[in-house]
Design a protein around this ligand. Structure first.
Ligand SMILES: Cc1ncc(COP(=O)(O)O)c(C=O)c1O
Length: 431
C-alpha cells in the first residue's frame, strides 16, 4: 500500500515538475571503498590499543571540577584554559561514542586526508552542489549496513508515536502538525495493547508508527517483535530512530532491526553518525522510492548544507572499521554484562539509567561521582519527567573491566541491592 502511495505522490510531484535528484560531484581524488581515507582503509586491530583510551579519558580544569563537585553552576565562561592550571582526570561514562571510533586512527586519517584535499566543503545543499562522490559512498555503505536499496500529500496521515520518543521525533511531528498534514496519537511507552487499540480505532487510511529503537534515556528496547506483528495486522508504515542501536546492535552492527531479525519489516530507519560512528550527522535508510520522495520534499534536506567532506570520509571510514573490528561490539556488550553481573541490575544495553527521583538527589549523586573521578551526568527535566531525575551512564568499548569495577564500587554506596526488576534502576535513599 505504502509503495503505491509513494508512487502516487511521486506522480503528482512529476506533474508539478518538482521532482528533484541530487547530481553527484566527483571530487578530484577518486575514491573507492578501499581508498576513502586517501590511503588504504587499514590500521585495524584485534583488541583495544593504548590510543583507544582517549575515547574515555578526559580532563577537567580544577575550577570547573570544584564548581561541579560543590554543586555550584559553572557557565564555562570563567574557565581560563591556561596550561599551567592543574587538571583532574576523569573517566567518561556519559558519551555516546559506544565503539570508541571517534578516536580511531583510520577515522582520524580519513578526516585529515579529506580536509587536506578538499577543505570543509561542499558548502551547499545536496540538491545544489553538495552531493559529492564521498556522500554517495557513505550513502551506499549505510544502505548496505541497513539492507536498504542504494540509491504533496493531500490526505492526512495518522502518526502513532511512543510517549518517550526522542525530542527530534517530537519536533518533526510538531512541524508536520503545523502544516496540517498529520493527526498524532501518542501511545504509552512500549505499551503494545494501547497502540493496538489506537490503531484499531483509527479510521484514517495512512498510518505510520514511529519509535526509538533503543530509548536514549532509559536504555530499553522498543518491543520490535510485537511491533512487527502489529504492522502485519494494521499495515502501517514502520519507522524507527536507530540513533543508539546503529553499529552497537546486531552481528554486523546493522542496529536493532538486525538484532531482532526484522530488517525487512522496518520501512524507514533513521540514524545518526554522531554516536557510535564517532562523527557527526544523520541518515535515513529507506527504499529508492522513498529516497526520491524525501529528496524532492524533505525540507531539512533541501534547505540545509550538505555535511563537510572530511566528516563524510571519516563516517565512511568508521563504518569500515566497525565492520572489521568486531571486537569493539563484543567488548562493549561484555562491559554491559559485567556491569549487570556486578550490580545484579537488569541492564540490557550500554545506556544505563539510574533513576534517583528528585532533581537535588540526581545532582547530589552526580557531584559524588565526579569526586570519585567519574564523568557522570544528572539528567533532569525537561529531558525526563519531574521526579524521575537520574544518572545516565553510557558504556564504551574503550572501557576496561577494571573501569567497570571501579565505577560499580563508587556507585555501590548508592545502589540498592538486590536489583529492582525494572530496566531503570532506582538508587537508594541515601541520596
Ligand atoms: C534517539 C535519538 N535520535 C536522534 C538524536 C539526534 O542525533 P544528533 O545528535 O546526531 O543530531 C539523538 C541524540 O541525542 C537521539 O538520542
Amino acid at each position: 500500500m505504502w509503495d503505491e502511495w509513494v508512487e502516487d505522490a511521486m506522480g503528482r510531484l512529476a506533474a508539478l515538475k518538482v521532482v528533484r535528484v541530487a547530481k553527484p560531484i566527483s571530487l578530484p581524488f577518486p575514491i573507492d571503498e578501499l581508498d576513502a581515507a586517501g590511503g588504504k582503509l587499514e590500521n585495524f586491530a584485534d583488541g583495544p590499543r593504548p590510543e583507544d583510551r582517549s575515547a574515555v579519558e578526559v580532563e577537567m580544569d580544577e575550577f570547573t571540577y570544584k564548581m561541579w563537585a560543590c554543586g555550584d553552576t559553572v557557565s564555562g565562561d570563567e574557565v581560563a584554559l591556561k596550561e599551567e592550571k592543574p587538571f583532574r582526570k576523569l573517566l567518561l561514562f556519559s558519551g555516546n561514542d559506544y565503539l570508541g571510533l571517534g578516536t580511531h586512527p583510520t577515522v582520524r586519517s580519513a578526516a585529515i586526508k579529506a580536509s587536506q584535499e578538499h577543505g570543509m566543503g561542499p558548502r551547499g545543499s545536496a540538491l545544489i552542489c553538495g552531493y559529492t562522490n564521498y556522500h554517495k559512498l557513505l550513502e551506499d555503505s549505510l544502505a548496505s549496513l541497513k539492507k536498504k536499496e542504494k540509491t504533496v500529500q493531500r490526505e492526512k496521515i495518522a502518526i502513532f508515536s511512543d510517549a518517550l520518543n526522542h525530542a527530534s521525533i517530537i519536533d518533526g511531528i510538531h512541524l508536520a502538525e503545523r502544516r496540517q498534514e498529520v493527526e498524532v496519537f501518542i501511545y504509552r511507552h512500549c505499551d503494545m495493547a494501547h497502540l493496538d487499540a489506537l490503531l484499531s480505532h483509527c479510521t484514517m487510511e495512512k498510518k505510520v508508527v514511529i519509535t526509538d529503537s533503543l530509548f536514549s534515556m532509559d536504555g530499553d528496547f522498543a518491543p520490535m517483535v510485537q511491533l512487527v506483528r502489529l504492522r502485519k495486522k494494521h499495515n502501517f508504515l514502520f519507522a524507527i530512530d536507530d540513533a543508539h542501536g546503529t553499529f552497537v546492535c546486531g552481528n554486523s552492527g546493522g542496529g536493532v532491526a538486525e538484532l531482532y531479525d526484522c530488517e525487512d519489516d522496518v520501512d524507514i530507519c533513521t540514524g545518526t553518525l554522531s554516536k557510535a560512528a564517532g562523527c557527526q550527522g544523520g541518515f535515513v535508510a529507506c527504499s529508492a522510492k522513498w529516497k526520491q520522495l524525501i529528496q524532492s520534499r524533505g525540507r531539512s534536506f533541501i534547505f540545509s548544507t550538505a555535511p563537510p567532506v572530511p566528516i563524510v570520509a571519516a563516517a565512511h571510514a568508521a563504518i569500515i572499521v566497525a565492520g572489521k573490528e568486531k571486537w569493539r561490539r563484543r567488548e562493549l556488550w561484555s562491559r554491559v554484562q559485567e556491569f549487570s553481573a556486578l550490580t545484579q541490575l537488569q541492564v540490557t544495553s550500554p545506556i544505563i539509567s539510574l533513576v534517583v527521583g528528585s532533581e537535588e538527589a540526581a545532582l547530589h549523586a552526580s557531584r559524588y561521582m565526579v569526586k570519585c573521578g567519574f564523568h557522570v551526568i544528572a539528567i533532569r527535566p525537561p529531558t525526563v519527567p519531574a521526579n524521575s531525575c537520574r544518572l545516565r551512564l553510557t558504556l564504551c568499548a574503550a572501557h576496561t573491566s577494571d573501569d567497570i569495577k571501579m565505577l560499580v564500587d563508587a556507585l555501590s554506596l548508592y545502589i540498592e541491592l538486590p536489583a529492582k526488576k525494572s530496566r531503570s534502576v532506582h538508587l537508594g535513599s541515601r541520596l
